[in-house]
Write a protein that binds this ligand. Structure first.
Ligand code: ZN
Ligand code: FE
Ligand code: FE
Ligand code: ZN
Length: 272
């Protein structure tokens, strides 16, 4: 199955403090893989924290945001052979919606990816904080996590929701039946009008599974939630990583289209 209609919109840069390689190398991998487009979406600064608490190994510094945008726009001139989109991965922090909107406002984004990486002050996907899973009943944790995802989707701040079941990253799963939760999540995403990413990053993590779980992806398809296929690349060789398998899975659960973004307008593209 060919990936030539696909885009990779979830791509980091060394500015976030935990990715490697030059931006040019990410673009060149996308070209070599035959993707239709690439988009950068580095971690937005930790806008909700006071400057002294912003962790430079998690996200770019506030004073780097402008240079990040300029770098992406400059790469467009250098690589006319592939459209290069300007995106960003923004944390959803309840109560900080206006701060986020204000920070995003000045820039010509093609899309904004919304992520839940924090439950309160707990960066639950950070390997350094993994022991805090032990404090939770997993079914309560999943309920809390998905409630945040739904709230984020409904905020209207985001075009694409990232790794929509990231809470499973290290393999923690409740024994309860998640299907009713999946139905509720998919219905909420549909109602909010956001797209969801099918991310191959989970295959490279302890859980060893794409985000979202195939049952949740199937539920998204049933509710007509648009998808994009993303890698969440933190190194150049991860661009388009696992895309042929992801495309096969998307088709297997019923998807016939993916979506693309330009200046926050969404267009559907048929899969071949
Ligand atoms: Zn990252
Ligand atoms: Fe993320
Ligand atoms: Fe990411
Ligand atoms: Zn991510």
């Amino acid at each position: 199955m060919s990936v030539h209609r696909l885009t990779d919109y979830h791509v980091h840069t060394p500015r976030c403090g935990h990715a490697t390689g030059r931006m040019e190398e990410y673009v060149e991998t996308a070209i070599a893989a035959g993707l239709a487009e690439i988009g950068f979406s580095d971690h937005l600064p930790m806008y909700w924290l006071p400057p002294e608490r912003r962790d430079r190994s998690v996200a770019m510094a506030m004073e780097e945001l402008e240079e990040y945008v300029a770098d992406v726009l400059r790469l467009r001139e250098r690589y006319p052979e592939i459209p290069i989109r300007l995106g960003v991965e923004a944390d959803y922090i309840p109560g900080r919606e206006e701060d986020l909107a204000r920070l995003l406002e000045p820039y010509p984004w093609d899309y904004v990816i919304g992520s839940v990486h924090f439950i309160g002050d707990w960066g639950f996907d950070n390997p350094a904080e993994v022991r805090r899973f032990a404090e939770w009943n997993l079914s309560d944790l999943y309920a809390r996590f998905f409630a945040l995802e739904i709230q984020a989707a409904r905020s209207g701040l985001f075009d694409i929701m990232a790794h929509i079941d990231l809470v499973k990253k290290f393999g923690h799963r409740p024994e309860t039946d998640l299907r009713p939760v999946y139905r509720e999540v998919a219905a909420a995403l549909a109602q909010a009008g956001v797209a969801v990413e099918l991310s191959t990053a989970g295959l490279r993590k302890p859980v060893g599974e794409v985000y979202p779980h195939p049952d949740l992806l199937a539920e998204c398809c049933r509710h007509a939630v648009p998808i994009v296929i993303n890698s969440d690349a933190h190194s150049p060789e991860e661009v388009a990583w696992g895309f042929a398998d992801a495309l096969a899975l998307a088709r297997a659960v019923g998807y016939r289209q993916v979506v693309r973004f330009s200046r926050r307008q969404r267009t559907a593209v048929d899969l071949d």
